[in-house]
Design a binder for this molecule. Structure first.
Ligand code: SUG
Length: 447
């Protein structure tokens, strides 16, 4: 398959061996309703690897981001727990089981929250800029960014092409959830893009806030990233998440809207911002914006949240057509299934195929296909400068499948989080992974 000069590369988070259901995310309905359930880490990671292989087999370039060191026992020591590993785990459970669960969470699998990415055609210095997300809204996610930053700096290490910024200040005022609240539009991936930043919190306009559930992304974070990434401000658009959508379980914008090149797929209740946003996006694009709006009469916000249609990936295939990479759950809702069918049949948009993938283990924690990946548009020169150990090919895929099958636990329950031998075997597993991906020294325990 000929590689085009410029392409979007998907970096998927490899699901880690400690994947579990702890109900840690307020406002994320799947996370809350599956709290305390039995997780299947091995099946979860194999589902993620099958998704990566499916994308690779469509002719797309696919890469892997390793999971994090979990459990993070150093965090428990930092907040005053002491003694043997068994003692530490038991003390944390007695003090607050959600702290225990936080240090075991495999939440870095949702790589869409790893960073915000601005590709080189959009930035004043023609470099790819990335800002790891501080994820301060949730304890279990706020401990991801040090390792995320290190991993991104190891993968995108060539300073002549890549700038991996420090995360924004670790404060609620700059709460940042990464690419899950960011959509880039462009006539094609190699053209200068329009970057849409979506937020739920604006301290200067508190009136329009969600009431029941937390809003995670701040406008201040969006504005800071647009500055540090050296974006052309005339090509930056800000939009506010609709508070009713957040209250219906839309904790990230990628649960209700997505885009690819000049296609914008969203639900009519996604945004509180006026419809002039569409003009703001279309004017600098240099090509008509193809807006596909799902109406409440097609399906409700609740249908959007349970089916995760908008958490599909829309990808441009090597032949120039677009495909929808959707979660299997979309086929189980007749209204959503019908909407997809008519979208595929409609020649006024370029999406004409769909692939339905089983990522159910991740879905039960509120993570669909798009959550599992960080997209990075790259030129062929930039792609050649990426650490090649993480680029998926048949050989690496087979190695990772063998590794996961041999080393990952079959199941984890919440009581397993007290087990120090599970803790040490998960750490050993990660040690082997850094050899497979050729990322020595990635984890704190290796330094
Ligand atoms: O941050 N779930 C994640 C899901 C993230 C999905 N990502 C995007 N939409 N891009 C979250 O809420 C649940 C963990 C638990 O409950 O065990 C969790 O963290």
């Amino acid at each position: 398959m000929p590689q085009s000069e410029y392409q979007e590369v998907n970096f998927d988070g490899l699901i880690g061996p400690t994947h579990n259901y702890a109900g840690l995310s307020a406002g994320n309905i799947a996370s809350l309703s599956n709290a305390g359930g039995i997780s299947k880490p091995k099946a979860a990671a194999l589902q993620g690897l099958s998704k990566m292989k499916a994308l690779m087999d469509l002719g797309l370039t696919q890469a892997v981001i390793p999971p994090q060191q979990r459990p993070d026992l150093s965090f428990l020591r930092k907040i005053g727990f002491e003694g043997s590993d068994a003692h530490l785990l038991a003390q944390a459970r007695d003090a607050d089981p959600t702290i225990l669960a936080a240090v075991w969470s495999a939440s870095s699998m949702w790589a869409a929250n790893a960073a915000t990415v601005s590709p080189s055609p959009d930035t004043a210095d023609n470099k790819v800029h990335m800002t790891p997300a501080n994820l301060v809204s949730n304890l279990h996610r706020s401990i991801e960014h040090p390792t995320t930053t290190r991993a991104l700096r190891m993968i995108f290490k060539d300073p002549s092409h890549f700038v991996v910024h420090d995360p924004l200040p670790d404060q609620a005022r700059f709460a940042d959830e990464g690419a899950a609240n960011h959509v880039r539009f462009a006539a094609s991936h190699d053209q200068p893009g329009i970057e849409l930043f979506v937020y739920g919190v604006d301290i200067h306009d508190p009136s329009n806030s969600a009431r029941n559930y937390p809003s995670r992304q701040t406008r201040a974070a969006c504005e800071a990233i647009a500055r540090t990434h050296k974006l052309d401000q005339s090509k930056v658009v800000y939009a506010r998440q609709h508070p009713d959508a957040i209250d219906a379980g839309v904790f990230h914008n990628d649960v209700i809207a997505t885009g690819n090149e000049s296609v914008f797929l969203y639900h009519e209740q996604a945004f509180a911002t006026s419809r002039s946003m569409l003009t703001d996006l279309a004017t600098p694009l240099g090509k008509p914006l193809i807006a596909i709006e799902a109406h409440d009469t097609d399906f409700s916000l609740e249908d959007a949240v349970t089916s995760y249609l908008f958490n599909s990936q829309i990808v441009t295939l090597p032949d120039g057509s677009m495909s929808l990479i959707a979660p299997l759950e979309t086929t189980e809702n007749p209204r959503v299934a019908k909407f997809i069918e008519s979208m595929l049949a409609d020649d006024s948009n370029p999406i004409n195929t769909a692939h339905y993938l089983d990522v159910r283990e991740s879905m039960r924690n509120g993570g669909g296909p798009a959550c599992l990946r960080l997209r990075v548009p790259l030129s062929s020169t930039e792609l050649a400068a990426v650490h090649q150990g993480v680029i998926l090919n048949d050989d690496l895929h087979a190695k990772l499948v063998e590794f996961v099958t041999r080393t990952y636990p079959d199941e984890i329950t919440q009581s397993d989080l007290l087990d120090p031998s599970l803790a040490s075997s998960c750490i050993q597993t990660l040690d082997e992974l850094t050899q497979i991906l050729d990322l020595p020294g990635l984890y704190p325990f290796q330094q």
